[in-house]
Design a protein around this ligand. Structure first.
Ligand code: ZN
Length: 126
């Protein structure tokens, strides 16, 4: 008879990540400085750091799909003008902040383009 898999059991990988993050995020040190911390205090401290971490991770992953320099993208794959269909020329960057579930803001930088034909400016959607 097989033992029923305990779904509450965290994977070994997650345990390793947690152990590593405790040091990286300063939680090991924090715990030493707060030996009498309550459950709620520990949870709040972890939340604060994890929320910052998740915001940073989302930001990194989103930006991973972005190519900063459009001149390195083949013309056919560049964002196109909605009016005439010409590939846009990069004209700098636009930055906006997006609020995440954890209460942290994520910075998104997108390349801003203009159409060489009609001169209309665009920020690619998404
Ligand atoms: Zn155009």
């Amino acid at each position: 008879m097989k033992a029923k898999k305990n779904t509450r059991q965290r994977s070994e990988q997650m345990q390793q990540v947690s152990a590593g993050l405790q040091d990286v995020l300063g939680m090991t040190q924090w715990r030493k400085e707060h030996p009498h911390a309550t459950w709620a205090e520990i949870e709040a401290a972890v939340d604060e750091r994890i929320n910052q971490l998740r915001a940073q991770m989302i930001q990194d992953l989103v930006q991973m799909g972005e190519t900063e320099d459009w001149s390195e993208i083949p013309e056919a794959e560049r964002p196109r003008c909605a009016t005439c269909g010409k590939p846009l020329s990069a004209r700098g960057e636009q930055t906006r902040w997006i609020q995440t579930n954890g209460g942290e803001a994520v910075k998104l930088t997108r390349t801003y383009g203009t159409c060489p034909e009609c001169g209309v400016g665009f920020v690619p959607p998404g």
